[in-house]
Design a protein around this ligand. Structure first.
Ligand code: 6PG
Length: 472
């Protein structure tokens, strides 16, 4: 009997995804150069499932049913091209190759063309959910070759997380749509994580809540309208004891955040398309500022003029912060979804927005009860450019804005940085402002560079010889 799928790259995600397929009744082959790793791969598989490890690509290819279906889960960048190069002489026309790593979407566009020239079907596929998700049910975002998608859809549906009984996988669109949707997912992930960190800072530094109290607050929020995976794990983080000494682990962790690039790519792509996603930008910037540890330590001694204490009553502050979180998280999604809507057209991907939201409802890192609401909004307002315009969202955000304003104000006075929350608020205020002061910007552009301007009262393009008080 031939095997259904092969996996190249048996790191945490690859191995768990392979076991997930095997548990769902598919016969799978894993490729790795180390025979020892392959032995462990076979031994740890669920008894009765069909998991085989091979050390040669030729053997892997020979074991697969035709057309072959091969998933790559190797680090983004050059490793993907290396694997594709090694596979090329071994495969036949119509074989399907799926890159399930976090590849940059421009690489995916290039690879789609290259692989099509060899007659292969290539798909870029986002997979979210970490180790647990990969094993028990991830959110899957495939895009690119449509016929290849139809071919592998049954297995993807079987292994994906389920939300209201529906599998969290669907076709995300043409070209690099799969990797693009995953990239924006990660941008939203960065933004929400940043906002959660700010709220933690406000409560801990501004009001001296203990970790045990923080656990209770986040756990309670997770029971209500803020229910989400990130809220749930944040609550758990505060319970973790330090295994190397006294106290809680979170207090011992260095305040320098790493990143693998997907948040930055989201900001870069948004800039290229002239889309504003300032909460995601803030999250990327804050990770960059976090790495300036030495400079921050030095500067803290030069400028430490405020006491970082928020005078607001504890219970009142917790409610304000709850509302700030609720409204700013909606604003994060609004920015990410508006970006997807623009990219769908600009990059000719035809992304069905409601399907992207649908597959994020379970399995992925940004899963949250809010996504059910956004899914309904996308279905009842097809083609909506920004979910903040949907009547259902207006009702939800309206009542929470006062909390966001108070939280940003309190943090500003106490000297607690809230770049994510304040960018969410400023974006929102700008978005709902009928007349922005950018008429002044246009005046200046025309003043120094004759860049012209439009008027509010007369059609056409104008230039003025501006009066200059310093001109001779
Ligand atoms: C997921 C995650 C994952 C991502 C990590 C690390 O959806 O499972 O988005 O794909 O790679 O969260 O990202 P950073 O190292 O950039 O924080």
């Amino acid at each position: 009997q031939k095997f259904d799928f092969a996996m190249i790259g048996l790191g945490v995600m690859g191995r768990n995804l392979l076991y997930n397929m095997a548990d769902n009744g598919f016969a799978v082959v894993g490729f790795n150069k180390s025979a020892e790793k392959l032995k462990a791969l076979e031994e740890d598989a669920t008894p009765g499932t069909k998991v085989k490890g091979v050390t040669s690509l030729q053997e892997m290819v020979d074991l697969l049913a035709v057309p072959r279906k091969i998933i790559l889960l190797v680090p983004a960048g050059a490793p993907v091209d290396e694997v594709l190069g090694s596979l090329q002489p071994l495969l036949q026309k119509d074989d399907v190759i799926i890159d399930a790593g976090n590849s940059h979407y421009t690489d995916t566009i290039r690879r789609m063309k290259e692989q099509a020239e060899f007659g292969f079907h290539f798909m870029g596929m986002g997979v979210s959910g970490g180790e647990e998700g990969a094993r028990r049910g991830p959110s899957i975002m495939p895009g690119g070759d449509r016929s290849a998608y139809e071919n592998v859809a049954p297995v993807l549906k079987a292994i994906a997380a389920k939300a209201d009984g529906e599998p969290c996988v669907d076709y995300m669109g043409k070209g690099a749509a799969g990797h693009y949707v995953k990239m924006v997912h990660n941008g939203i992930e960065y933004a929400i994580m940043q906002i959660l960190a700010e709220v933690y800072d406000i409560l801990k530094r501004g009001k001296q809540f203990t970790n045990a109290e923080l656990h209770d607050i986040f756990a309670k929020w997770n029971q209500g309208d803020l229910q989400s995976f990130l809220m749930e794990i944040t609550a758990d983080v505060f319970l973790q004891k330090d295994d190397k000494g006294e106290g809680d682990l979170v207090d011992k962790i260095l305040d320098v955040a790493g990143s693998k690039g997907t948040g930055k790519w989201t900001s870069q792509s948004a800039m290229d398309m002239s889309v504003a996603i300032p909460v995601i930008d803030a999250a990327v910037s804050m990770r960059n500022i976090s790495s300036l540890k030495e400079e921050r330590v030095a500067a803290s001694k030069l400028y430490d003029t405020v006491d970082h204490v928020i005078p607001t009553d504890k219970a009142v502050l917790v409610q304000q912060v709850h509302d700030a979180l609720y409204s700013s998280i909606i604003i994060c999604y609004a920015q990410g979804l508006a970006m997807l809507q623009k990219a769908s057209v600009e990059l000719d991907m035809d992304i069905p927005l409601q399907d992207a939201v649908k597959v994020w409802r379970a399995g992925c890192i940004i899963r949250s009860s809010m996504l059910g609401v956004f899914y309904n909004v996308c279905n009842s307002n097809p083609g909506i450019s920004n979910i903040l315009l949907a009547p259902e969202i207006v009702e939800l955000v309206k009542t929470k804005l006062a909390g966001l304003r108070s939280t940003v104000l309190s943090a500003a006075i106490a000297g607690i940085p809230v770049m994510g929350l304040s960018n969410a608020l400023s974006y929102f205020d700008a978005f709902i402002t009928e007349r922005l002061p950018l008429n002044l910007t246009q005046s200046q552009r025309d003043f120094f560079g004759a860049h012209t301007y439009k008027r509010i009262d007369v059609e056409g393009v104008f230039h003025t010889q501006w009066f200059s008080s310093t001109a001779q």
